[in-house]
Ligand binder design. Structure first.
Ligand code: PGA
Length: 253
């Protein structure tokens, strides 16, 4: 059985107090509303990680993740945070290759491959993001484009390593735009990606990997997207900043 994962990407939002309030509300609601069957991952900005981890406490289905990590293990890289540092603070997951990092910080497939390796070596689970721009979608080449992102950044991994990776398909045209991919578009891409992984690693490995959808997922469209057989959860931006919305998305399963 694949894990069902609802991950919140807070991006560069939330002060210390706001982050504590949001986390406490999520932890309480998840407990009161019996969300045990769904894995929740909170991905706040770096300074929040330690406190968020503490606030999660004993909740066995809630985890903490970072939004990025360095491609280097340690050393003189001012301003960077390495995977081993994150792991030492009890961080469980790390988002790698979000389209905002690819676009604004010019992160290449090659660099992301190194970051994934760093994360895995430190015992973190990478949430590897991929997705196409509107131009590519309109040209009809989205499938080979996104498959290539996987090939280039992940296909040097061993079967054991790739089994630790969570994939997030996030069409760039749907991120923060209010424009969601239809459930059919999401299913089509997720199933193509799973077949692509199977062609390299076999069906058993491909069937064990959770593939999340991201891009304007909210309580009103989550149930339909999550009903698709290859959509194993969501990576939620805007709607993860409101505890009620985030929990309602997780409850749509
Ligand atoms: P969104 O962001 O839900 O605000 O569209 C998703 C993401 O960027 O991970």
């Amino acid at each position: 059985m694949r894990k069902k994962i609802i991950a919140g990407n807070w991006k560069m939002n939330m002060t210390y107090e706001e982050g504590q309030k949001l986390t406490s509300e999520i932890v309480q609601m998840a407990k009161d509303e019996n969300l045990d069957g769904v894995t929740l991952v909170l991905n706040p900005p770096f300074p929040h990680l330690y406190v968020v981890k503490k606030l999660i406490g004993e909740a066995s289905n809630i985890f903490v993740g970072a939004q990025n990590c360095s491609d280097k293990e340690s050393g003189a890289y001012t301003g960077e945070v390495s995977a081993p540092i994150l792991a030492s603070f009890g961080v469980d997951y790390v988002i790698i290759g979000h389209s905002e990092r690819r676009e604004y910080f010019k992160e290449s497939n090659e660099l992301l491959a190194t970051k994934v390796k760093q994360a895995l070596a430190a015992g973190l689970k990478p949430i590897f993001c991929c997705g196409e721009s509107l131009d590519i979608r309109e040209a009809g080449t989205h499938e080979p484009n996104v498959k290539y992102q996987l090939t280039d950044s992940l296909f040097d991994l061993s079967a054991e390593e790739i089994s630790q990776v969570v994939i997030a398909y996030e069409p760039i045209w749907a991120i923060g735009t209010g424009k969601t991919a239809t459930a059919e578009q999401a299913q089509e891409m997720h199933s193509a990606l799973r077949r692509h992984i199977a062609s390299k690693y076999g069906k058993e490995v491909a069937d064990s990997i959770s593939i999340l959808y991201g891009g304007s997922m909210k309580p009103s469209n989550a149930a339909e997207l999550l009903s698709k057989p290859d959509v194993d959860g969501g990576l939620i931006g805007g709607a993860s900043l409101k505890s009620r919305d985030f929990i309602d998305i997780a409850k749509s399963y």
